[in-house]
Design a protein around this ligand. Structure first.
Ligand code: PGA
Length: 250
């Protein structure tokens, strides 16, 4: 059971093409000797610009969402076929902004997860509780439901292309980070849930990232915890100055 550290940058709805190119070039150069696994997920319109810059580097190309259907009359959506065509290998699904701002439910997210896996993508499935859910003592239950429903119908053979990201909603973009102990506790719990579904070996291999106000000064501490296998970084992923030290922690 040796899990690689996996550090992902979610650029959300930021940057123009020239800004994206500049950041991608800086990251490619500065992470060249990085020891961990890396990914950046630019907005859809930036993917074609970023793809050739990071091609052949140790940074994977990700997208932040996909449609639940392969193709068809889905105005405003982006399909797995279109993402594959651009060289995307990984899709972030179920991000809390998708769940809570754009009202995606577990069934829709699961449809996207199974579709993306069927098309050979790696999926980063995000889970995490709201502040009121945590205060009501329901953090574990919420994460369990989102994990179980998100993975419904996912074959054991495909599980090595699934990464989980625990992102407590109250910690995203707020500057409030879960303590390393809080994060480790939920990660351990979720790993148990995965063990119940797929067995101990598969659960032991599952990479579980933490996300929510990860910064250069808290990254190493978070990732020193046994069950924290990496980070999904938002705000601090927008500049090489802040992403590189996180990506090169340790
Ligand atoms: P943050 O975002 O690092 O800005 O809190 C994390 C995320 O939403 O993935």
């Amino acid at each position: 059971m040796s899990r690689p550290y996996y550090i992902a940058g979610n650029w959300k709805m930021h940057k123009t093409r020239s800004e994206a190119a500049e950041l991608a070039k800086a990251l490619t150069a500065q992470l060249k000797d990085g020891k961990h696994r890396y990914l950046i997920a630019p907005g859809f319109t930036l993917i074609e610009t970023v793809a050739p810059i990071i091609a052949g580097s140790n940074i994977r190309l990700g997208a932040q969402n996909c449609a639940p259907e392969e193709q068809g009359a889905h105005t405003g959506e982006v399909s797995v076929l279109q993402l594959k065509d651009l060289g995307v290998r990984t899709i972030i699904l179920g991000h809390s902004e998708r769940r809570h701002v754009y009202k995606e439910d577990d069934a829709l997210i699961n449809k996207k997860v199974t579709l993306a896996l069927r098309h050979g993508f790696e999926v980063i499935l995000c889970i995490g509780e709201l502040l009121e859910e945590r205060e009501a003592g329901r953090a574990e239950a919420v994460c369990e439901t989102q994990t179980v429903k998100g993975l419904e119908g996912v074959a054991a053979a495909d599980l090595d292309r699934v990464v989980l990201a625990y992102e407590p909603v109250w910690a995203i973009g707020t500057g409030k980070t879960a303590t390393p102990e809080d994060a480790d506790g939920i990660h351990a719990y979720v790993r148990k849930v995965v063990a119940g579904l797929y067995g101990d070996a598969a659960a032991g291999d599952m990479i579980i990232q933490y996300g929510g106000s990860v910064k250069p000064d808290n990254a190493a501490q978070l990732m020193s915890k046994e069950n924290v296998d990496g980070a999904l970084v938002g705000g601090a992923a927008l500049k090489a100055d802040t992403f590189v030290p996180i990506a090169k922690f340790g």
